[in-house]
Ligand binder design. Sequence first.
Ligand code: G1P
Length: 286
Amino acid sequence: MIRKAVFPVAGWGTRFLPATKASPKEMLPLVDKPLIQYTVEEAVASGIELAIFVTGRGKRAIEDHFDRSWELEYVLEKQNKREQLNEVRSISNLIEVVYIRQKMPLGLGHAVLRAKSVVDNEPFAVILGDDIIDSEKPCIKQLIEIYEKFEAPVIALKRVPDEEVSRYGIIKGRELDERLFLIEDMVEKPSLEEAPSNYAIVGRYILTPDVLEELEKVQPGKGGEIQLTDALRNLANKRKFYGVVFEGEHFDCGNKLGYLMATVHFALKRKDLKLDFLQYLRRVAL
Ligand code: G1P
């Protein structure tokens, strides 16, 4: 059973300055829902019961978002805005949450290791909020199903064009069947020449607690940071480790173009916006 998910949310969000100067990048909206809520909903729909946010300075808005907002509820109730009231309430009931501070931004691996005491020797999920995935079956659920079959760590993979390999962790793997790889090696953000394949790690992982021991040993890697990829690489040398090319549409909301594409994608899924927005897009595209 995978019951816990770690959400590393302590990053500075420098690529979205000045929007992220005083508010967390995780609270940037796609249409009207913050990025972090999309990923938390994915976790809930996959059966996750506890969200472990590894947070840092300037991230209080995330805590408030998943908490009750008595004043707002009072106002909405007075104004008889039932729909909004239910929505606002339901966010605070989505999932149980725990917050852990990452006191220094020393890398993704360091952030995941902060969650050790709450993970408490259970297999767990890691979900990165920059990666928004729209799919029929939630991506993390697709990974959990593979985990349940093999009882081994599983990561989400996506085939990316040459010009994008240097943005991701890239794997070397043996294709077992159409969407399943046995991972042999991986490199964090390689140059195209160094990249062992075009299969990129997307921000969804099911990990076993032994990864935390690897994280304790790993030295700073790319960018001087403690990299999760380096710990996973060491783990892959010791045990079977799988990668799944997930089904669904992925948006890299860690960069502006990906974020804009996700905004268009989710706006066009909205009944109240679709027609007018499409008309507008057609007009500007000419
Ligand atoms: C992180 C990981 C990288 C992975 C990526 C997916 O990088 O280190 O291996 O491919 O997430 O989004 P970041 O984008 O946080 O720099």
